[in-house]
Design a protein around this ligand. Structure first.
Ligand SMILES: [Zn+2]
Length: 432
């Protein structure tokens, strides 16, 4: 294949991809525009693949059967279908990694060695007591059970799977829904119960402390559990915090303490409007600084955005129905290894539902090299220039870019014909 046009950033003329008769417009639609920008001389054998491989991938999986709450009877978290959630999780990790079975996908994501510990950071922001029997949005046991299944499948023992939200209580209503009895729970705040441990934050003199850019020199002190863990999975919830988003980056606000400031004071350093410190929050932002701590940055293997339920307006109230999801709960999961890219996509959904959201944190984090920030072109099309976003709708399954990647791999391995690859690309083209 002649690849010179890719190096120059010039789009191909019709007909030179597998000799398919693709128009320039189709090709643009397919690749999400700005094709040449991200291509280098490696990985150019198949332009679709190489383009995707150089942008962070974000996958979403939607299935309206995941939840079934009528907003009248009982609590929303009593209406989650574990089997549907398990399938969504399986589809998500496979699509994210391009693997065809869940075990291979989890292995790719978590390179687990015997004896290591896998820490999962949930967002229990609304858990102010040890019981938690209310309708406020908090982590779902079904999501956690599906993650546990994935980890168990690659040989992680239950007692090496650690759940945490250091600054909040991990409530009974969540723990009693966890099927595996060996999971360990870590918080700075005490509750009683099996495998529930109190854990402290590190000392400012610890080598695990890192330094903030604004307030300059302030020490960021992660919970000791982050120092002891080997792999980290970050599980934010699809919700707003009022003026600004609270997604993958803000989820780690609860993972740390600070040396000289208390938690509430620190909001001034990421929330514009309350910025008494005079920082340019698009460049220096405490949420970006927290996520830049080596025990968070270097250990993060996977981010799973839980949008089975969500609130586009506030972080501390009950679940809400979303207009953009058919006036129902969102019933969606997001998957990525890039905390900034996944937060960018989740932000776009929140903005589509409610209007603007401050997100200086994402600009600052991208500036620190923690991931890629971008905005989609429009809700209807959801095209990104810098993110390889692949949405799956399990209610209406269609040929996706992941299917094409697989067909091309099969072709290269001698397990598919060129015609089969062309056919699947044509079917994809018809669907967009
Ligand atoms: Zn932005």
């Amino acid at each position: 294949m002649n690849i010179s046009y890719l190096k120059k950033g010039i789009l191909p003329k019709a007909g030179n991809i597998f000799n398919l008769n693709l128009s320039r417009r189709d090709f643009l639609k397919y690749t999400g525009a700005a094709t040449g920008l991200f291509l280098t001389s490696r990985l150019l054998e198949y332009p679709f693949l190489s383009y995707a491989n150089q942008r962070p991938r974000v996958v979403s999986v939607y299935d309206s059967n995941a939840t079934d709450y009528d907003y009248i009877t009982g609590f929303h978290w009593e209406y989650v279908n574990q089997n549907v959630v398990n399938n969504m999780m399986a589809q998500g990790v496979m699509a994210l990694t391009g693997k065809t079975n869940t075990e291979a996908a989890w292995k790719e994501l978590i390179p687990y060695q015997s004896g290591e510990k896998v820490l999962i950071k949930f967002n229990f922001n609304n858990s102010r007591d040890c019981e938690g029997y209310d309708n406020k949005i908090d982590p779902l046991a079904e999501t956690a059970n599906a993650i546990i299944d994935g980890l168990i499948s690659i040989g992680v023992p239950g007692d090496k799977i650690w759940f945490t939200d250091p600054s909040r209580k991990i409530p009974e209503k969540f723990r009693e829904g966890i099927i595996n009895p060996y999971i360990q729970y870590y918080s700075h705040l005490s509750c009683t119960g099996l495998n529930y441990h109190i854990i402290d934050y590190i000392d400012p003199k610890s080598p695990a402390a890192s330094t903030a850019t604004c307030p300059a020199g302030e020490k960021i002190l992660p919970s000791q559990i982050f120092v002891e863990a080997d792999h980290l999975i970050n599980v934010p919830i699809l919700k707003s915090h009022g003026e600004y988003v609270t997604l993958a980056l803000k989820n780690h606000y609860g993972s740390v303490l600070f040396q000289n400031y208390d938690r509430s004071e620190m909001h001034a350093f990421f929330n514009e409007g309350k910025n008494s410190a005079g920082c340019d929050l698009n460049k220096t932002n405490i949420l970006a600084d927290i996520n830049n701590n080596p025990h968070i940055k270097n250990k993060t293997r996977l981010v799973i955005g839980d949008g089975l339920f969500g609130n586009p307006f506030t972080n501390w109230k009950d679940t809400e129905r979303w207009e953009i999801f058919g006036n129902d709960d969102p019933n969606i999961f997001f998957f990525s290894i890039d905390p900034v890219a996944i937060s960018s996509v989740m932000t776009d959904y929140i903005v589509a539902e409610r209007g603007g959201q401050d997100h200086e944190q994402l600009h600052a984090a991208a500036g620190l090299g923690l991931g890629i920030h971008d905005h989609w072109d429009a809700f209807e099309t959801k095209n990104y220039t810098a993110i390889d976003y692949i949405p799956f709708d399990l209610n209406n399954p269609k040929i996706s870019r992941v299917d094409i990647d697989q067909a091309i791999r099969d072709y290269k391995a001698g397990n598919a014909t060129e015609k089969e690859v062309k056919d699947i690309i044509s079917r994809y083209m018809e669907g967009i």
